[in-house]
Design a protein around this ligand. Structure first.
Ligand code: GLA
Length: 385
């Protein structure tokens, strides 16, 4: 939707006072992640990039006492003076959570009218929720001229998700959506929040996505459970190695060290985190060298680890990765939180359409459902448009 369409909807849904405030427009992208999955709450390095699907909002201060919010997708309208968790229209909690976090900083957002629309597939592992939080946080900061730094916007969005929405996510999604640059992925150290940009281009190769169409909801999934397992594994290792800052710094030997006493589940989860560290440093080096074959192999290894040790994949995404491997693509893996959603593929340029048709036929036969192909461009982070 463009400015004109959003304006039309906003004016139709919300009456305004005679001295109308200006309407402003913001958009926040979806994201993929090249490598470093499920390590952003264990102090790991992640390599995400923003893609050219987005959440768009139109926003105007309304001079009244109500926050008025309309979803152009579902047609639902929510009006509220007092902010409490809304279990009926759960999408609005992304806005409420952000307002609450501003309040905790002693910044009181003036009531506003807001229309939201988006084309980031939901529950597909492409971070539609983080995009919504970041778009709202950035917009609120801009319309009040608070000019909060992008890194702070990311942290505020994450707190909204953790505390209000109830998903104990890491910082990766909100961070990349806030700070992304066209053509680049970000190598973000989630322990220190230091980051650098890397060109995300491998000559002769291309990245694309296949959506399994199994929708995940991280709130109802085992996402929070995984985070707890990682934390308990870390606490056990830390007793013997107090200098460790996070689980990402542990070694494979630590997991087998009987004195630390990790249970079998903790060992598996920790194994994913530690081996992901090794895969990530190898991937960054090979990305710089333009070595797409090795980057591809690492993607397959990462998927295997997410599926077998971390257990956040599902039958459908495993099937897609398996079939793609048989077809000889360079690499493929589930992306994002997991439990469904998209598979990220790296392959030589020029054969994705034919390949996708094959996968689609096989997938339909197996699961009686149609997967979807998405191509994308690596784009900028949140912005006013
Ligand atoms: C979700 C979370 C992120 C991250 C990924 C897995 O997208 O929001 O913080 O943990 O899953 O890497």
């Amino acid at each position: 939707m463009d400015k004109e369409e959003l304006t039309k909807i906003l004016k139709k849904e919300f009456s305004s006072s005679p001295e109308e405030e200006p309407i402003r427009f913001f958009s926040a992208p979806g994201r993929i992640n090249l490598i470093g999955e499920h390590v952003d709450y264990a102090g790991g390095i992640v390599l995400p990039a923003a893609i050219d699907v987005s959440i768009r909002i139109a926003i105007r201060k309304n001079r009244g006492s109500l926050f008025r919010i309309f979803s152009a997708e579902s047609g639902e309208k929510v009006e509220a003076e007092i902010i409490t968790y809304n279990s009926k229209s759960s999408w609005v909690n992304y806005v409420f959570g952000v307002i609450e976090e501003f309040r905790k900083l002693g910044m009181e957002p003036t009531p506003f009218d807001l229309v939201v629309w988006g084309n980031i597939p939901q529950g597909a592992g492409l971070s539609s929720s983080a995009a919504f939080e970041v778009a709202v946080a950035f917009a609120i900061s801009e319309i009040h001229s608070w000019k909060i730094r992008r890194e702070e916007i990311a942290l505020l969005g994450q707190r909204a998700e953790n505390r209000f929405v109830g998903v104990n996510c890491g910082i990766m999604d909100q961070f990349v959506i806030s700070t992304a640059k066209e053509g680049f992925c970000i190598a973000l150290d989630t322990e220190t929040l230091r980051y650098e940009y890397h060109e995300m281009q491998l000559d002769g190769s291309e990245f694309y996505l296949i959506d399994s169409k199994v929708k995940h909801s991280l709130k109802d999934s085992a996402y929070n459970e995984r985070r707890m397992e990682v934390e308990s594994a870390f606490l056990k290792i830390k007793k013997g190695k107090p200098f460790l800052k996070n689980l990402y710094q542990a070694n494979l030997e630590d997991l087998e060290n009987e004195t630390f006493g990790l249970n079998p589940i903790e060992k598996k989860r920790a194994k994913h985190v530690v081996t992901e560290r090794l895969r990530t440093s190898k991937a960054i080096a090979n990305l710089k060298e333009g070595n797409s074959e090795i980057v591809g192999e690492i993607l397959f290894e990462c998927h295997n680890s997410l599926s077998k040790d971390y257990e956040v994949s599902c039958e459908e995404t495993d099937f897609i990765v398996e079939q793609l491997k048989k077809e000889g693509v360079l690499g493929a893996r589930m992306v994002g939180g997991g439990f469904g959603g998209c598979v990220l593929i790296l392959d030589k340029k020029g054969r994705k359409d034919i390949l996708f048709e094959k996968i689609k036929t096989l997938y339909r036969k197996e699961f009686n459902n149609d997967p979807q192909l998405y191509t994308f461009r690596i784009s900028d982070g949140v912005k006013e448009f």
